[in-house]
Design a protein around this ligand. Structure first.
Ligand code: MLT
Length: 262
């Protein structure tokens, strides 16, 4: 399988940033600006989105994790911190299933460990069908409204770049992400076994993976802490990037310090 495209910026200990659906690696621009003076920021694009190749047929999140690990191997990167937001969090769980020894610190943002229920799975497959028949434009407004808090949706400097990222995804990319997420296994049983420093971040207005769910997930991970990003919806790293960067930077400074490993 062809590996996904990894954007590789900065130097220092490796930090892998896994984006949400249906966006691309540019979702992390604010974080890369803040971290790349002391961390090597590695950002894959989902297959069919950003600069990554078209998704192979029958793609699962474990395949995505394998592709990312192959790209990290190629660059000689052994251990790394993982920051995954929403679908990126589901991919982080896939990485932990495959290569837990390579993950040195974990940040789970606006995500959940549980698998989809029947309705959520059916909705994903219906969206895959919609984009294949009518194109990505058919989901732009629905998705922007789902991902962003109402006040962020009304702020065009926040919401237009989100719309732009969705429009840049291919229909096959969007459909493949939905099919892969629909098929993902339940990761709840893994939480108690996570033995690296872990931070859980969530927007106070996240309607997709709400704060109560994030608090429960953090409580199930030994030593993990949950921090709420006030005023953000599901895309907390874009909507309140300043508070998000502060929380992420503070966590990494102790859990994955720059200047120690390169
Ligand atoms: C995401 O932001 O990655 C998606 O909303 C995740 C999901 O649909 O579960």
């Amino acid at each position: 399988m062809t590996a996904p495209h990894l954007h590789d910026t900065g130097s220092g200990p490796a930090v892998l940033l896994l984006h949400a659906f249906p966006l691309d690696a540019s979702q992390w621009d604010h974080q890369v600006a803040a971290l790349s003076d002391r961390y090597r920021c590695l950002r894959p694009d989902a297959y069919g989105c950003g600069a990554s190749p078209a998704p192979p047929p029958g793609l699962g999140l474990d395949d995505v994790a394998a592709g990312i690990l192959a790209e990290l191997d190629r660059r000689g990167i052994d251990r790394f911190a993982v920051v995954g937001l929403s679908m990126g969090g589901y991919t982080a769980f896939a990485l932990l299933r495959r290569a837990p020894e390579r993950v040195g610190a974990l940040v789970l943002c606006d995500t959940r460990a549980g698998a989809d229920g029947e309705q959520a799975r059916a909705d994903r497959l219906a969206m895959a069908e919609t984009v294949r028949s009518r194109g990505v434009e058919a989901i732009v407004e629905t998705m922007a409204a789902r991902l962003l808090a109402p006040h962020s949706l009304a702020e065009f400097h926040v919401s237009d770049p989100v719309r732009g990222r969705i429009r840049r995804c291919t229909a096959e990319g969007v459909a493949a992400c939905q099919e892969a997420m629909a098929a993902r296994p339940d990761a709840t049983a893994m939480l108690a076994g996570i033995d690296v420093p872990t931070l859980v971040l969530v927007g106070s207005e996240d309607a997709v993976t709400p704060p109560a769910e994030a608090e429960r997930m953090a409580a199930a991970i030994p030593g993990a802490r949950c921090q709420v990003i006030e005023g953000a919806g599901h895309l907390s790293n874009l909507e309140r990037w300043d508070a998000f960067n502060q929380a992420l930077g503070d966590f990494l400074a102790t859990a994955w310090p720059a200047g120690v490993r390169v």
